[in-house]
Design a protein around this ligand. Sequence first.
Ligand code: AHR
Length: 497
Amino acid sequence: MANATLHLHTRHHVGEVDRRVFGGFLEHMGRAVYEGVYDPDSAHADEHGCRRDVLEALDRLGFTVMRYPGGNFVSNYHWTDGVGPTAERPTVRDLAWGSIEPNRFGTDEFLALAARMGWTPMLAVNLGTGSPEEAADWVEYCNAAAGTRYADRRVDNGRAGPWAVPLWCLGNEMDGPWQVGRVPVHDYGVKASQAAHMMRLVDPAIELVVSGSSTAESPTWMSWDRQALEAVGGLGHYLSTHRYVGNPDGDTRRYLTTGALIDRQIDEMDAVCRYAAGVRLSGRRPYIAFDEWNVWFRTMDAEGMKRGQPFPAHLVEEVYDHQDALVVAQFLNSFIRRADVVKVANLAQIVNVIAPLLTRGDDLLHQTIFHALAMFRHRQSGRSLRTAYDGTTVGGPFGDLPGVDASVIHDDDRAHFFLVNRLVDETLDVSIEVADRAVVAIESADLLHHDDPEATNTWESPDTVVHESTDRARVDGVGVRVELPPLGFVALTVALG
Ligand code: AHR
């Protein structure tokens, strides 16, 4: 058995974990909205036409923030098409995904759903085919008191008071060659800063997310981000960054070092944010909104997506395996480790499209990644603690890394540990020592484990990879010992004396 020790002190913290890092993303894409959250024809439909079974499952993941309506979709979306009496809403072409958009679900349906689910809404505005004025009008529709044109339209549509949407994204992946209305960074900067100015004139309380580089492979990686932040200046509260990862070569050892890749991306985006704050001599720095992240590599055929499937099309319905779930846990570990700079993060996406949930007719499948995400559900609050590591290491593209990908949240008399074993064939005997506090009890411990990294949950065998309570953690003196199996993920809550 290999050994590992994590050393901590509750005063050595990184900062408060912003619970918005446990966010999600719902796009008008494939079957995410229609046949996903919204399906009035389903046996599970509630009085709003939303699927009860899907919403109950999403509730088990405890999403805090929900980004909507795209994604690439938003760059050719006119929000006015999706409000008012549904019978009068137009059916339009969606150029982003080669689909049609019937607009049966729009702003008010989404915001009402978010309110019922306890999600903080995060809307992305159209800076592709849309104008800064259209973006500001949407802020008025959502956030202004009655008495002017768009706020009164909202009232006419059945919502008297403002929805008070606090977070707004200034476009999406505007550097991407696939983006409708893609522009060079100079043009983006002009449009985004105009939109930011007008949107904040309508509602000075909103926070704005500047659209960053779409991928780390982009030739303008970091320089786009720098220039976009400089252009938007003090009106930009966050820099958006995205990452999709995968294991196309079937190299599990390498894949399980993904957490280090995410750490590096956060470091690079943090450097750009600090630079932008430095050159504008501003004490207020932008933070990171990691507003799209997930595993996505099996269903990337963009042309295939556009081959005219009937509505709603089955797009990018990635089937996840066990190792993907371990990588999903590593993403969240990275966000917790860097609680000082990552303030918002959104799993892309929540149902049917690269998602933890799949629907088929009235049936619902919980994918492997669902179980990794669920293990964070009741462990979201507190301060992130630094860890010092002794023990077995693994080699890889990022040099020698700890055998455990770990994060820790300290919440008063309690601490939560998230431990992913990066070793594919060895159990790790993990000791956790909290220098200034004694561990007095294990409150709960959950394990996600399978011997086969490629194990999946299927319609025929839906519970192949599930998380369950484990007795592999025990109090040992004043610390904890965890027997972490190879390819295992343990989430653990302890009481501190
Ligand atoms: O989440 C799927 C797509 O990935 C989003 O629409 C886009 O922003 C990204 O490229």
